[in-house]
Structures are given as structure tokens and as C-alpha cells.
Design a protein around this ligand. Structure first.
Ligand code: ADP
Length: 491
């Protein structure tokens, strides 16, 4: 690869438990990690067992006893040091992200900087802490007063996907650590090297052992680990980002055992463009929320809904913008704006959705075609998409733009809401009443009103319907990892 690591200590193949990199026993199981750009094997990392996870949960529980007693200021300083460590290793962390995920190096650098800024944001919030209220007693005014305090829940177990291996992990771990919880983390099997390197930066920040434990695990073992997290008596909260099917399974198990959950599940974002929109702005926004990270982001636009009268004009502007701006190529090249997908599996899924749509009457209006078996998927635009096509119901998760039309505002909203998920939605119109009205009617947790770029750590991130439970980012994230306690005080 065209990169040489400056800090080889970040490269490892082991799990991090109780502040120690676990020695590999002879004959211990491993699994392989692939570079999606050429599908060569990059490394073999340890496949942690169920017993390893059980010990990690016990370690985290023990660490909780002392970590929760640190002052908010001390926790804040540790998080800030972690942020500095991430920034110090920025280039090496970015290179690992490009290697494992195929994300362009330029985007990977920005992703690492963003992860460091998220840590700083939570460092600030940690210092403010999570306050309570004073509630006057309605009967015995003058005799008692009710106080509420927020306390850390205890051991938090986190399961994360491959598509955001730094900020996606930080958004779960940092708020938990900010309020005084301790964490056991199972990263995605596709991006263990990023998780290992991030844990190395954690180690250098100076937290006490056992506060954060990270165990690499193959996909074959994911289900049994999920089962353990949702049933182990010492685990108080399971935070998961991934597919809706797995999320429902985990939430059901956690429900049976009365564990708290945060579920960030799949999206199917509508992107509504009305005839009175600024079309250039809408096209530019669509490029941002379709081609960054090769479109592999759960809040990105999945269904483009255009008011019929501007369809042709919008499509021709879009095709020109793609031709002018999108360059498919090696993720290491400066000029590349669209790298490979995380795996050929991702590209093959898009191809399946494309074939189904074309078979039912949709038209591909771009000329580059996908070469079967490759992880590289060309920027593509599909028009005449109808509700009976699979592509309207599944997440595309890649650089294929799927376009349908609507005739009235009510019809546009109806099409937008006619799906099971409700993560993000986008609306473009220059009529401010309509902009707000449609934003209100969209059945989603997050709206981009005249913008396609909504990612920000200060925004409450999360979905409704099949897209999940709870919120990440913003100060609401801290509440997720706390319990409310009421104290009635006799005066
Ligand atoms: P994706 O298609 O984005 O990989 P998944 O839901 O399959 O979505 O994976 C997200 C994360 O959940 C990964 O870390 C994966 O290993 C893990 N995972 C997959 N199946 C299970 C399961 N049954 N229980 C717990 N975790 C799981």
C-alpha cells in the first residue's frame, strides 16, 4: 500500500481486557480481515470466546465500583486525553480505516478528526455532568421535597458495525464513560484493526484498567455474544448499531431480562424535492448524502422523490454533477471521490436490487456497469422506480441513486412515510411553511431541511419505527446511560 505506518504499536491482533493485551494461547482461534480494494487478506486477529467475554463483563463490573466514584472533572480530563491521543495517531488510524473499509484516505482523515472532536464534546459534557430536578411535594408543601439525581447504570455492552469504525464507536463508549459506566465492546468483524488501534489510543489516555474492554470476534460468534450481553446478570445496558433484524432480536432478549437498550438500526431515507426547490442546492446535497463513504451510511438518501414537473431537469443536472465531480478509483489516490465498497458482498446486493428494479420497468440512465465480483460499484442513476420494487424497501447502502416521482405534497409525504423504517428524511423547497410542515409530517427521527449533511455530534441521532430506540449524540446521549433516582427529603 502507498502508506507507511509511523507507529507500528497501533497494529495488533489481540483483544484488550482489564487494561492488558491478552496473550494468544497456542492454537487460539483467529479470523481473517480483508482489504476490499484488492480482496487480499490483511491480517488474522483473535476470535474471542464466550468465556473471554464473561471475564470481560466481570472485569468491567469490578472496575465500575471505583470508576463511578471519579469526579466528573477527572472523567472529563481522561476523555480529553483520549481525544488528544486519537489526534496524535490521526494518519495511522486513517490508513487503517482505508485499508479495512476502502474509505478514501481523505475521508478517513476527516473521520478520525471527527472522532476526536466527538470525544472532546463528551469531555465537556462529562464535566457538566447529568443534573436532576427539585420537585415540590403537591400535598405536603413545606414538609417534604423531592430531589432527583442521575446515576450511571453500570456495565454497558456495545456492539458496533463496520461502516463507522471510529466515531460510531466513540458515540457509544464516550457518553457511557462520561457518566461513570464501564464498557465491554464487540466491534464488527470487518474492521477489527481499527477497533484495536482505537483501544491502543484509549490505553495511552490513562484510564484505569477494566473501564473499557474490547474483544475482537468473528461473525460466526456474533449471535452467542449477543445472547450473552442480553442475558448476563451484570450487564445493565446493551447499545447496538446494525441491522433491524439483529436489533429486534437483541431488544427482545434484553426486554425479557429488563435491560436497557439503545438501538440504532437501518434506515430508508426519503429525499423529497419540490418544484419550488433550489435544484442546484438539492443536487449538491444529494451528492453529499449519496457518494461520501461510497453511500454506506444509514442516514443517507435511499429513495429520491421528485415532484413530477422537475423530474427531467433534476435528472439532467444530477447526471452532469456526477460526471463533473465523482471519480471512482483507488481509495489512496488524491483524485478519487468514490472508493470501493466495504466488500464485494455490498456491491452484489446493490446489483440484485438493480436487476429486480430493471426487471420491473425501471431504467438505468448511467452508462458504467458493475463488474461482478468486484468491490467497486460505479456511480449509477435509476429512474421510473415504483413501490413494488425491492429497492424501495431495502437499504441500498451504496452509490446507486433510485428516483421516483410524486404529484402533490400529500402524495409525496405518503410515499415518504410508506416504509417500516424511520431514521432520516430530507426535504427541499424554498417555501418555508412547506419546509417546516413536511419536516413535521415525516415519520423519522432526523430531518435535513434544505440540506443533505446532518451529521453533527450535537444533534440527537436516532430513529423511530423500525429504525430503533434511544438517541446518540447531544446531551440526550448521557441520559441513555443513567438511571433517574428520586429522593424524598423530609424538611
Ligand atoms: P451489518 O449488515 O451492518 O453488518 P449486522 O446487524 O449484521 O449489520 O452487524 C452489526 C453488528 O452486529 C456487527 O458487529 C455484527 O458482528 C453484530 N451481529 C450480527 N449478528 C448478531 C447477533 N445475532 N447478535 C449480536 N450481534 C450480532
Amino acid at each position: 500500500i502507498p502508506y507507511s505506518f509511523s507507529d507500528r504499536d497501533l497494529l495488533d491482533d489481540r483483544s484488550f481486557v482489564a487494561g492488558v493485551w491478552q496473550e494468544k494461547a497456542d492454537g487460539s482461534n483467529t479470523f481473517s480481515v480483508e482489504d476490499p480494494s484488492d480482496q487480499k487478506i490483511l491480517a488474522y486477529v483473535v476470535d474471542s470466546s464466550l468465556d473471554d467475554y464473561k471475564s470481560a463483563i466481570e472485569v468491567a463490573h469490578e472496575a465500575f465500583g471505583t470508576y463511578k466514584k471519579l469526579t466528573p472533572k477527572a472523567r472529563s480530563q481522561l476523555l480529553r486525553k483520549w481525544s488528544q491521543q486519537v489526534l496524535e495517531s490521526r494518519d495511522d488510524l486513517a490508513a487503517l480505516c482505508t485499508l479495512e473499509l476502502g474509505k478514501t484516505f481523505k475521508e478517513s482523515l476527516a473521520a478520525v478528526s471527527y472522532a476526536a472532536s466527538c470525544l472532546n464534546w463528551f469531555a465537556n459534557l462529562a464535566e457538566e455532568g447529568c443534573g436532576g430536578e427539585t420537585i415540590p411535594n403537591s400535598n405536603g408543601r413545606g414538609k417534604t421535597v423531592i430531589l432527583t439525581i442521575r446515576q450511571p447504570v453500570g456495565v454497558v455492552c456495545a456492539i458496533t458495525p463496520w461502516n463507522s469504525p471510529y466515531s460510531g464507536v466513540i458515540k457509544k463508549i464516550a457518553p457511557a464513560l462520561a457518566v461513570g459506566c464501564t464498557v465491554v465492546h464487540k466491534p464488527a468483524p470487518e474492521t477489527p484493526l481499527c477497533a484495536i488501534a482505537l483501544a491502543k489510543t484509549f490505553e495511552r489516555a490513562g484510564f484505569s484498567p477494566g473501564v473499557y474492554n474490547m474483544l475482537t470476534t468473528s461473525s460466526e460468534r456474533a449471535a452467542e455474544i449477543g445472547d450473552l450481553f442480553s442475558s448476563h446478570p451484570l450487564v445493565r445496558h446493551v447499545t447496538f448499531t446494525g441491522s433491524t433484524g439483529v436489533g429486534k432480536f437483541l431488544a427482545e432478549r434484553c426486554g425479557a431480562n429488563l435491560k436497557k437498550v439503545t438501538m440504532e438500526l437501518g434506515g430508508n431515507a426519503p429525499f423529497l424535492v419540490f418544484a419550488d426547490a433550489d435544484l442546484d442546492q438539492a443536487v449538491e446535497s444529494l451528492l453529499a448524502c449519496k457518494f461520501t463513504s461510497a453511500g454506506q451510511v444509514c442516514i443517507y438518501a435511499n429513495r429520491i422523490l421528485l415532484e413530477t414537473s422537475i423530474h427531467d431537469q433534476f435528472v439532467s443536472k444530477l447526471l452532469k454533477a456526477i460526471k463533473d465531480n465523482i471519480r471512482l478509483g483507488s481509495p489512496w489516490a488524491e483524485t478519487t471521490t468514490l472508493g470501493p465498497l466495504y466488500s464485494a458482498k455490498g456491491a452484489e446486493k446493490i446489483q440484485r436490487l438493480l436487476k429486480d428494479a430493471v426487471g420491473k420497468g425501471a431504467k438505468l440512465v448511467t452508462s458504467d456497469v458493475y463488474e461482478y465480483g468486484s468491490s467497486y460499484y460505479p456511480p449509477s442513476v435509476l429512474i421510473d422506480v415504483k413501490p413494488d420494487m425491492q429497492i424501495t424497501r431495502e437499504e441500498i447502502f451504496g452509490p446507486l441513486i433510485s428516483i421516483s416521482t410524486f404529484d402533490t405534497e400529500d402524495e409525496g409525504i405518503m410515499f415518504a412515510n410508506n416504509v417500516k423504517s424511520g431514521l432520516a428524511g430530507y426535504v427541499f423547497t424554498e417555501n418555508v411553511s412547506r419546509l417546516f410542515r413536511v419536516s413535521e409530517y415525516l415519520e423519522v427521527g432526523m430531518v435535513g431541511a434544505r440540506t443533505g449533511s446532518i451529521s453533527a455530534i450535537e444533534m440527537p441521532f436516532g430513529g423511530i419505527k423500525d429504525s430503533g430506540l434511544g438517541r446518540e449524540g447531544s446531551r440526550h446521549a448521557l441520559e441513555e446511560y443513567t438511571e433517574l433516582k428520586a429522593i424524598t427529603l423530609a424538611l
